[in-house]
Design a protein around this ligand. Sequence first.
Ligand code: SF4
Length: 700
Amino acid sequence: QNLIKPGEKLITTHCCYCGMQCGMHIRVDEKTGAVKGVEPRYDFPVNKGKLCPKGVTAYQTIEHPDRILTPLIKRNGKFEKATWDEALDVIEANFKRIQREHGKDAVSVFGGVSMTNEKCYLVGKYARVALGTRFIDYNGRFCMSSAAGGFLKTLGIDRGATLPWTEFEHVDTFFVAGSNIAECHPTTTQHIWKAKDKGAKIIVADPREIPMARVADVHLDLKPGTDAALAMGLLNFLVEHDYVDQAYVDERCDNYEELKASVRDWTLERTSDVTGIAIEKLEKAGHIYGKSPRSVMLFARGVEQQSKGVDNVSLYTSMALLRGMVGKFASGVATMTGQGNGQGGREHGQKADLLPGYRKLTDPKAVEYVSGVWGIDPSEMPKPGVSAFEMFDEIQAGTIRAMHLMCSNPAVSAPNLPYVWDSFNKLDFFVVSDFFMSESCEFADVVLPACSWAEDEGTTTNLEGRVIRIRKVREPLGDSLPDWEIMKRIAERMGRGRYFPYETARDIWEEFRIATKGGAADYSGITWERIDDEYGVFWPCPSEDHPGTPTMFKERFGTANGKANLPVVTYRPAGEYANEEYPVTLTTGRVVFHYLSGNQTRRVDFLSTMSKLPFVEIHPELASSYGLQTGDKVELRTRRGAMVVEARLTKAIRNDTVFVPYHWGKELAINQLTNPCLDPMSRMPEFKVCAVQLKKLPAN
Ligand code: SF4
């Protein structure tokens, strides 16, 4: 039961953080409109009344004293408060000057996916129609791009989950690869525990003994970066032990014989040798997964943030396909989407090569259709640009000279930060929209005060593919504006205002529905009223009388012939691995108390008290070879940079690997050290594996 206190009302919305998008009510003072607290939503089927520490405290960011309340213009190296007119004058003058001197593509857009669908859709249109630039990409490139690539290769459509979470309690086996669910998507665990109470088995593949590994039936403690070897070994095991659902594969999959031949050499011995996992554990995992009548394969950034992330996703998905698990009740594959709207935000045209509805910019029919919706001539549509990290290369090359960054903090979250910081410094003109002063804002010439997540309405799409409503909790604080209003105002200044006639977020939603119609991610049948009535609607939903699609691929896959593909993968080692000079492997990740770059969660007292600073997890055996104890200062050094962190000794990590969480900036940012080696298809950097030196520093 939710508590309604006298003088307060509850406004129903969703958590602003991870892809679970847990249902919550924000408690608001009826008279003043001030935000007072939070109540979980017991009726919302995804979180069923549960919230994690981030969700419980999310309301504290809304009226936080650190909010940016006016536009800021940097003069003589210092930010000064400005009016919207003054800020827009500076932006207009600089964008026009730079485009006049260097062409339209000299101005770029870097978006983010912690925004509503309406805003994410508009970022793509803003870049291509208001600014006319081909250079647009977004922070999802560092998050979901390898999952997208792997799903496209195998299933033909990138929807992060093929089944709804409400079916988890009926699952027999969860195979969890590179996904620290208990810390990164904590409210998922209740569904898994319910299944476990009924006898479900859990297999965890992770270099660390993450919380879920402690209760797993098997923990496959692989070396970072060897997922492809593990998956190929298990694929071969499924074939050799006759665990393949041959009727399903014959009817619904292509390329089985080729896949089978390609994994033949991946014996348990070879797999064990490459991954470092004991043969007995591989056998046990293979038999559990092979015998399970209803299994779900869950993976996340541990698998995806590698220079072969697409291969990893393709291979793990192929395991599910060989078992005939995709398109059936309480079975399937899913990636644990990190960002709140990581699913919706990647479908609507923020990617360098995509238009709304997952249409391809290289497809003339797609360009013609979307141009028609936008009211421009197809010849005006810019060509595909480059991926997020490659935009920094374009800055270094002098091609990109200005950037508008929205809802993202690459000064913390991108790899090889010294290069990223240098790139920001090289920009001729830099605009950032945010609601807190992020590390990226500090490089800006103009900072624009965006509304928080609770000051505008719209929709997001959660990690299941369920489209949900975000409601306005209070009026915008200070002079802050919704991101869509900011883009509209800049479009007007650029002489393109007629293409942005919106008065409300709902106006954008109605155009967006048409823009997605007929695309793979078709939202055209979804209305805000249906979302309210049905606890969200799953895309694809091509008409208002269509029920939506909680279970994907029941009859056909998203490929041209309707069959899933089983790609052949050639094993590649990580872009960089331990050697004599850099003898240890560094992997990075998250803690339960922080979200992404920590720009919001580091400001919440409870969360920052619980997790104040980064640390390095080291196995006691490895620590002893450096004379390290918990609390000692350690210098970590890779080929890109160095940082100092405190040692935390734990047996819950391999003794050849160290782990550092990434939620802090500047000298505390572990991404100063990470490797920007990119996946050839998804252009995902290799956050999860690089080679590092350790040095104990004297106590001072
Ligand atoms: Fe739910 Fe994620 Fe928010 Fe936690 S951070 S309450 S799991 S949406």
